[in-house]
Design a protein around this ligand. Structure first.
Ligand SMILES: CC(C)(COP(=O)(O)OP(=O)(O)OC[C@H]1O[C@@H](n2cnc3c(N)ncnc32)[C@H](O)[C@@H]1OP(=O)(O)O)[C@@H](O)C(=O)NCCC(=O)NCCS
Length: 156
């Protein structure tokens, strides 16, 4: 092996999400969410210029996020890890990249919404320093009715 090794930096394993990636993205999305985003939701996010990034290794897509940043505020719209690869630190890795990207783009606050029933998501965000600032009643579709959204915030 060459003695010269490239130093990896944060973000090395992240690539932009393109329309041709959406089959792989939807294969994860449709398994991890009861009410998944559609292909159109992802395509619209890409077209809108949101920061849509993939985390992958040589074998497969590990996860992805969709982040919108405008006038100093960032909104995390989606963050998901392949069901077979969860609990290995990838959620944290994605979130660190979200925080780094939002900060680089000048945001000072990051907001997101999460279902009260999403224990994994809530634990991930709580551990990363997010706190609840509001509840949006009956925001999400749910089986047999609607579910509130918890609005979480973290200063950057
Ligand atoms: C939430 C999600 C992204 C976490 O990804 P992950 O790769 O499993 O997360 P990590 O391995 O980096 O875990 C980070 C922390 O999240 C929390 N966490 C993750 N999964 C958890 C679970 N099933 N139960 C409780 N806490 C959990 C823990 O605090 C964990 O830290 P620990 O391992 O030190 O205990 C993943 O479960 C997922 O994709 N869920 C479906 C999509 C979703 O709900 N996204 C969030 C809302 S947009």
């Amino acid at each position: 092996m060459s003695a010269v090794l490239k130093t990896r930096s944060a973000g090395d394993r992240f690539t932009a999400m393109h329309l041709q990636d959406l089959d792989a993205v939807l294969a994860i999305e449709q398994v991890v969410f009861t009410h998944p985003w559609t292909r159109g939701n992802f395509a619209d996010s890409i077209a809108a210029g949101y920061h849509c990034r993939l985390l992958r290794d040589a074998q497969a897509l590990i996860g992805y996020f969709v982040l919108s940043v405008a006038v100093g505020e960032a909104h995390l719209l989606n963050l998901s890890v392949s069901p077979t690869l969860q609990r290995r630190g990838y959620g944290n890795e994605l979130l660190e990249e979200v925080l780094r990207t939002a900060k680089c783009l000048g945001a000072t606050r990051l907001f997101l919404e999460v279902r009260p029933s999403n224990h994994a998501g809530r634990a991930l965000y709580q551990q990363a320093g997010f706190h609840r600032i509001a509840v949006r009643p009956a925001y999400y579709p749910a089986y047999g009715g609607r579910e509130d959204a918890l609005i979480l915030e973290r200063m950057l």
